[in-house]
Ligand binder design. Structure first.
Ligand SMILES: [Cu+2]
Length: 507
């Protein structure tokens, strides 16, 4: 009961007219974060979250044996946005401690691989042009590292360098200087330690990054809207631990939103909210739908779209994000769900699962005209192409070894060399009988086609699904940063088993 009340106070913090939206939002966050954490701790203490198994956690044993077992003690609790660490005056200084700990995971006490003692770690909230100084303290063996997924920043040195390892017992200082041109939207951070990225991310090592500024493209009436992180994060259970070893992609799993099972999201009839849908799971896909309603897409993979578009459902291949506007329906409840989805004959069949319950109640909010034109268009399709390449994804018959252009990942080999400030066109061909989630570090790309024409938005993305036995064509421009970076399949089991390659960008 207390938890429910506090949950509501966390997500329904009212906005007041007055200061500019940006300032207001950041000051609200500044105030609510420490308070939220304290209230949460208090609520957990009062509600008896003392680490002993509760009667409902007996069901935990069956939780890995079917989607119906998603039921748990926490079901129906109000959605809690993760706590936030917010930059101030252009700087975010923070420390992330990586540790295997027994923590609350969707109402159960389970061993998990935690960032700062949480299964759902803090959201890092920054602005374009910010600097982030981050200490990664590793208490997990044998090693780990940190990737800031989707962010346009140097891949070298102690910035977004996924080729380095931070060994157990070490602290590594990451320093990121983000450009002023950084796109506002939703990103994420996670372990990129090869070949153990799937176990580490599945164990819990994944959180959200928000770059503020999407609101500048919204009509004034919406600049103070309520926003939620909807982090899609799943776990399988083995004994009293989140499973990390021998992960089977198609095995029954527990799909959480922000680490909660089927939380409740309150909204008022007619109210417009900004939801940051982020697939931060290690291996699985989501086809997200809000029953009876449509999403209005305003951003994809941290890149604001030039024209918004409405959709009944959105496919979130592993690693991808959508920023969407959602309008509260008539009083009553509806379901945020993931629809059944198959990644192909050699892939996986994911069942329908209810992710959250959206409850619309209270006074109706006057209608607002939603935007159609959004951010300034950025189009690569008319620029000269310096190089055309074909990138082939394939796998062995057993589906245990994965290849790019016939080779498995070798950190000491440069697979392709590109020139800074040029545009390339890549045809990514999938010779296997299952879909793969193509992801490039450092620079966003424009999707030109996917087995034929696509709904062309003049914006960019950093993940694209490649159809089984199909192909996509992308165009990509390399700007600002030289050095070694990578591209890979974001189904992390596949990446760990070889489906990654190195790109070197030279002046
Ligand atoms: Cu793959």
């Amino acid at each position: 009961m207390i938890t429910a009340k506090i949950g509501i106070s966390l997500i329904a913090a009212p906005m007041h007219p007055g200061p500019p939206a940006e300032t207001l939002m950041r000051s609200r966050l500044k105030l609510t974060c420490p308070a939220a954490a304290a209230l949460l701790a208090l609520a957990m203490a009062l509600s008896g979250c003392d680490g002993r198994p509760s009667p409902s956690s007996a069901a935990g044993a069956s939780a890995s044996s079917g989607s119906s077992a998603q039921a748990s003690a926490t079901q129906g609790a109000p959605l809690q946005d993760p706590p936030e660490v917010v930059s101030h005056d252009g700087l975010l200084r923070t420390r992330i401690i990586v540790e295997r700990r027994k923590v609350d995971v969707a109402g159960r006490r389970l061993w998990a691989l935690t960032y700062n003692d949480r299964y759902m770690p803090p959201t890092l909230r920054i602005r374009p042009g910010d600097r982030v100084e981050l200490d990664l303290v590793n208490r997990v063996s044998p090693y780990t590292n940190l990737h800031v997924h989707g962010l346009h920043v140097s891949p070298s040195g102690n910035a977004d360098n996924v080729l380095l390892h931070v060994h157990a017992g070490e602290t590594f200082h990451y320093s990121y200087q983000f450009p002023k041109t950084l796109k506002p939207g939703t990103y994420w951070y996670h372990s990129h330690a090869h070949p153990i990225s799937a176990p580490q991310v599945a164990g819990g090592m994944a959180g959200v990054i928000v770059v503020d500024g999407l609101q500048q493209y919204l009509p004034p009436a919406l600049r103070h809207l309520t926003e939620h992180v909807i982090a899609l994060k799943d776990f399988q259970i083995e004994g009293d631990a989140v499973k990390t070893k021998g992960l089977h992609i198609g095995a029954p799993t527990n799909r959480t939103v922000n680490g909660q099972l089927n939380p409740t999201i309150p909204i008022r009839p007619g109210e417009v909210q900004l939801w940051r849908l982020a697939n931060i799971s290690a291996n699985i896909y989501y086809k997200v739908s809000l029953r009876g309603q449509r999403f209005l897409v305003i951003g994809r993979d941290g890149f604001p779209v030039d024209r918004t578009f409405a959709s009944d459902s959105l496919l979130l291949a592993a690693g991808s994000r959508y920023d969407v506007l959602v309008t509260g329906g008539q009083a009553g409840s509806t379901v945020l769900e993931t629809l059944p989805y198959s990644t192909g004959p050699a892939g996986n069949q994911f069942p329908q699962v209810n992710l959250a319950t959206v409850v619309s109640s209270g006074t109706r909010v006057p209608p607002v005209t939603l935007p159609s034109a959004f951010a300034p268009p950025e189009d690569l399709s008319r620029l000269p192409i310096a190089v055309r390449r074909t990138i082939v994804f394939s796998e062995n018959k057993a589906g245990t070894q994965f290849y790019i252009n016939g080779k498995q990942f070798d950190p000491n080999r440069v697979d392709i060399r590109s020139k800074l400030n040029t545009v390339e066109e890549w045809t990514v061909r999938n010779d296997s009988n299952e879909e793969h989630s193509f992801h490039v570090h450092t620079n966003h790309f424009q999707l030109m086609s996917s087995n034929g024409p696509v709904h062309l938005t003049l914006s960019r993305q950093d993940v694209a699904n490649v159809p089984a036995k199909g192909r996509i064509v992308i165009r990509i421009r390399f700007t600002n940063y030289t050095g070694k970076t990578v591209f890979h399949c974001h189904i992390l089991n596949h990446e760990d088993q070889g489906m990654m390659a190195i790109q070197q960008i030279d002046k």
